[in-house]
Design a binder for this molecule. Sequence first.
Ligand code: MRU
Length: 345
Amino acid sequence: MDDIRAVQWSNQALVLIDQTELPTTETYVTCSQVDDVVDAIIRLVVRGAPALGAVGGYGVAVAMLQGERENWDAARLESEITRIRDARPTAVNLAWGVDRVRPMVAGGVDAVLAEADRIAEEDEAANRELSRRGADWILANTTTRPLRILTHCNTGSLATTAWGTALGIIRELHLRGDVEEVYADETRPLLQGSRLTSWELTQDQIPHVIQSDGAAASTILRSLVDVAIIGADRIARNGDTANKIGSVSVALACHAAGIPFVVAAPSSTVDLSTASGDEIEIELRDGSEVTSIGGVQVAPAGAQGFNPAFDVTPARFISAIVTEHAVVHPSAESTVDALVHQEAQ
Ligand code: MRU
């Protein structure tokens, strides 16, 4: 399980598996200029909050190397680094990754690369640990065996530096023999579920079906699943959680059906400086992604698309938030605080 590396550093450049081409073609994009990095982030060649954290770190090294080649002054380097930081607004990990390596810029490219490597290593370790904690919590809070699990978007190796978050928990449960079937939401408009999650589940031989996003609430209310597990792009101080558009509909259905709705993320996705979901900027993408499928126009010519890429699930609809440090029911800010501290349980 899991030899996929979505984000790598090789030959003085950032190398990304091109997630826009999966599952039909496995190709790689090499980023040796800031424009390449920004373009890859915006086009979702690389996507998923924890993967974007690593891209933020390595992206600073790309900017420094380009700056050396082109004799940039310090102000130009700063503005190019900020361009990477701001390429997508909702996942806090991108800005977090850039900010984490920024103090190392004075120490040179090798110092930045060493810190970016640490981000990647820590992310994998966090994902493996949160997967164990999440699996334990789910087994303690459900009775059906094996489990039928619903997930939304892609949260596996492709969305992280390795292993995955919500999909990491599913992998862990599968290893323990506790997965009957996964319902993978297709995740319109860009189909991260049917293209990417199904690709990863297929490689791991985890039984699954792909359903349209519109089927999710009905599947839950018909008692066809026992638990829903999703990832996160930003978890606010009060536990409100931004994730892929459609996540809140899954949460509301779970609430109505009385089954657990679990959010899984490394602590790097918890943003204690954001008080609540109201403060989270939701990326608005081009409407053409909605009026077309796979690049083929399906709506009448001239029809306008509305394309928010994320939504916010209020904390009261979340049964548990899992990080590598803790599993908490987000009932108070103090409990969310526990998600980022080593000693917390
Ligand atoms: O637009 P995307 O594909 O970057 O959105 C990704 C998600 O919403 C994921 O669920 C989230 O980033 C967590 S990935 C472990």
